[in-house]
Structure formats: C-alpha cells, structure tokens
Design a protein around this ligand. Structure first.
Ligand code: NAP
Length: 261
C-alpha cells in the first residue's frame, strides 16, 4: 500500500525532536507540506533544516502550546499564512515523572499543562475548522501510561487518561462531518524523554540507571523499546485516507506489554 499525502497540509506539534520529528519527516516524505511546532525556536529551526536538507517540506512555527492564547493564535496564523490544515499530529508534551512522595499540586498541574492542555488548546480550534470544511484527520500521541498506572507517572498518566477520553469524544462529535480523530499510545520509545524517566526511577528505587533500563526492557515482550519512526508510520496510516473508516481508535504500541483487550 502506497500512502500519499500530496496536496495536504499537516501540522505536527512537538516536532523538534523525538516522535514528533519522526512524524514530520514521515508525513513530508509522503508528500505533505508540514508545519513543525515546538517552543524552542533554535532547536525547531535545526529540525526543519534537517528535513529541508533531505529534500522535504518543513515550515517552523515556534509556540508554547500550554498557553491557550498562543495556541489559538498559532492555528489562526497557519490557516491564514500557510493554508487550511488537513492533518494534525499532537506530539507536544513534556509531562515530568515524579516519585509518589514528591507529588503535590504543582506536580499535578505540570502534568496537565505539559500534556493535556498542550494538546487540547490546539485540538479544539483545528477540529472546529476541519468540521466547517467537512474534512480532516487528527492523530494524538498519548501514551500507555494513561491506561496502565505507574507510581512514577501519576500526574502525566492522568493527563494521558483524560486525552484518551477527549480523543474518542471528539471523534464521536465530528464523525458525521468528515473529521476523524485517533490516538496512538506508545510504550517506552527511544527519545530524549526516556533518559529523564530513567533518572527519576533510579533515584526513587536506589538502582542504577542501567539496572532500571534493564528491568524496563525485561518487562517488554518484544525485548526492546519502540523507535520513533515506528510510531510515525502508524501515525501516517491513521492520518491518511488509507484509514478512512477508522475514528475513535486508540492504538497501543508497547511491544505487547499491555496484553489486554
Ligand atoms: P520529546 O523527545 O521530549 O519531544 C517533545 C517535543 O514536544 C519537543 O519537540 C518539545 O520541544 C515539544 N514541546 C514540549 N512542550 C511543548 C509545549 N508546551 N508547546 C510546544 N511544544 C512543546 O518527547 P517524545 O518522547 O517524542 O514524546 C512525544 C509525545 O509522546 C509526548 O507527549 C509523550 O508524552 C508521548 N510519549 C512518549 C513516550 C516515550 O517513551 N518517548 C512514551 C509514551 C508517550 P520544546 O521543548 O522546544 O518545546
């Protein structure tokens, strides 16, 4: 199956590294024009330069999506200066991990601001515009931590659980208007975020970072982490017309760790 995103405009949030950058690359390679969004303008420009050097389309637009006004302004700017958004991948997020004894109000707000609101602030205006046009597709990169509780990921995991509900709710709300909304729940995926998680777990457990990593890998039936490109390929499928009858789906990508129906 050859997936083409020719003549589509895609917006990928959290696109300066990790899963978001892999999605931007995959979507651009499939023919889409891609707007990449992240907070740090310098790192974002470097990511876009990387894609352009590979002959791919990449338009940088820096914004902090935890700020509702900035997110709404960004969507308006893209729609007026670049074009109508056909595809949206929400991969922005930096929910930190906290040992249970460190959880407090600030930690709960951090999880929601970094992950839940950074997604919802963009999702709402984009889906409304898509619904008015009668077409569009959204993929939210969420996380298995919203389905399987981990003591180190209570605040970020709760944000993920809320995002799953919002994904299916939006899918249902706009199914009759040509808009599809799906999600991917990655498990451990090889990006810079993994390092931070390992360090928090190592501190809380008294183990070394290497021991924590070995324990984590031993729990994954496939015996390894996902690569960001593997997540991006599933995002490409879900976003594209190849998945034209798929909406409200939440796809686990955890190397078969969950093993639940
Ligand atoms: P990453 O490598 O840390 O990349 C996160 C991206 O989001 C960066 O481009 C970052 O750039 C951007 N970002 C963070 N906060 C933002 C904000 N407020 N506004 C705009 N951009 C923002 O993360 P990743 O590992 O690719 O993870 C991507 C998503 O997958 C996250 O939501 C994460 O929760 C989820 N996930 C990851 C894993 C994993 O094991 N890696 C597992 C499950 C779920 P700036 O810092 O410059 O803004």
């Amino acid at each position: 199956m050859k997936i083409s995103l020719d003549n589509r405009l895609a917006v990928v949030t959290g696109a300066s590294r990790g899963i978001g950058l892999a999605c931007a690359r995959e979507f651009a390679a499939a023919g889409a024009r891609v707007v990449l969004v992240a907070r740090d303008a310098t790192r974002l420009a470097a990511a876009c330069d990387e894609l352009v050097a590979e002959g791919l389309s990449a338009i940088p637009m820096a914004a902090d999506l935890s700020d509702a006004k900035a997110a709404v302004a960004l969507v308006a700017r893209i729609e007026s200066e670049v074009g109508a958004i056909d595809l949206l991948v929400n991969s922005a997020g930096a929910a930190r991990r906290f040992a249970p004894d460190d959880l407090d109000a600030a930690a709960f707000h951090q999880g929601m601001d970094a992950k839940y609101f950074s997604t919802m602030h963009v999702l709402a205006p984009v889906v409304q515009a898509m619904a008015r046009r009668g077409r569009g597709s959204v993929v939210n990169i969420i996380g298995q931590g919203g389905r399987v509780a981990s003591p180190m990921h209570i605040s970020g995991g709760a944000a993920n659980a809320a995002l799953m509900l919002a994904t299916v709710g939006y899918a249902r709300a706009h199914a009759g208007q040509g808009v599809r909304v799906n999600a991917i729940n990655p498990g451990l995926t090889f990006t810079s975020r993994v390092e931070e998680g390992l360090e928090v777990s190592a501190r809380a457990s008294g183990k070394t970072r290497e021991q924590v990593l070995a324990d984590e890998l031993a729990r994954i039936p496939m015996g390894r982490m996902a690569q960001p490109e593997e997540v991006a390929r599933v995002a490409l499928f879900l976003a594209s017309d190849a998945a034209s009858y798929v909406s409200g789906a939440i796809v686990p990508m955890d190397g078969c760790t969950g093993s639940v129906i």
